[in-house]
Design a protein around this ligand. Sequence first.
Ligand code: ASP
Length: 299
Amino acid sequence: MFKLIIHGGAGAIKSPDEYKPSLEKIVTEGQKLLQQGKSATEVVTHCVSLLEDDPLFNAGRGSVLTADERVECDASIMNGENLQAGAVAGVSGVKNPVKLALTVMEKSEFVFLIGKGAEEFAKLHNLEFMPDEYFITESRLKQLKEAREAGKVVLDHSDLKSQKNDEKKLGTVGAVVMDSQGNLASATSTGGIVNKRFGRVGDSSIIGAGTYANNSLAAVSCTGYGEQFIRATMARVAAEFTKELSAKEAAEKAIEFLQKSVNGLGGLIMIDRFGNIAHAYNTPGLLYAQADEKSVKIF
Ligand code: ASP
C-alpha cells in the first residue's frame, strides 16, 4: 500500500483547469516511483522538484517576486521515519530549492540554512543553478507591479484587481507521501508572497509550521499566509490532532484552529499514520491531486 497527495497552493484560483494537466503528470510520476518501491523522501522530493520546474506554480521557476524584483525561495523536507529534516530560506539561483533542503537533511549536520550560506552549500554539493531570466516570468513582473500599485504584500493567488485579472495565479507547492514501507514524508517549496521585503521568510521552510512528518502521527504540507501558519505552528498542530481524530477531522479542525486563533487563511494536505489522505482549506480553492496503487485523482 502507498499513498501520495500533492498541492499547488490555496487561494482564489480562477481557472483551476489550467493546472490539472501538470498536477496529473506529476502525481502520476510520483505513483510510478512508489510502484518501483522508492522511499517517501525520494518521492516527495521528486514531485516537489517537478512542481518547482513548472512556471505555473509559485516555487522554483515562476516564483513570485520580492519588492526589488528578485526571486527568493524557501523550502523544507521532513522524514517521518526518523524525524530528520532539512530547510532553506531566502535562496536565489538554485534551480530546485527542495533538492537543496534534501541535501541539507542528508549531507549536513544542520537543519536550516539561509541566504548566501545556503547557496554556498548548494555549490559545494553541485546543485544546479539557473540565471535570473529562468526564474522571472512576465506574469510575475505584472503581478508585482499590481501589488506595488496597491501598496500590498499578497498571496500569489490574491486577485488585487478583483475580477479583472485572469492571469496565472498560483501558489506554493507541496507533497506528502506514505511509501510501501509505511514511512511518511512531506516537503513544501515556495517563492513566498508577492512584494515581500527585508528578507521575509514564511512558513514553507519552517518545520512544524509549513511542513511536518512523524510516522507515529501524520505528514503535513501547508499553504497560505505564512505569518499566520508560523504563529499557529500549523503543520505540527494538524499532525497532533490525528492522535484523537480521523485524518479528515484533524485537517478540518486544524484549519478551524488557524481561523479562530490567528484569523488565518490557507490550506493543508496530510496523510495520517494509517495511510488516510486528507485536505482542508478556508480559501476559495486549493489545487491538489492524489494517488494510490489503483488510482490517480485530480481536483
Ligand atoms: N505559505 C507561503 C508563504 O507565506 C505562501 C503560499 O502558501 O502561497 O511564504
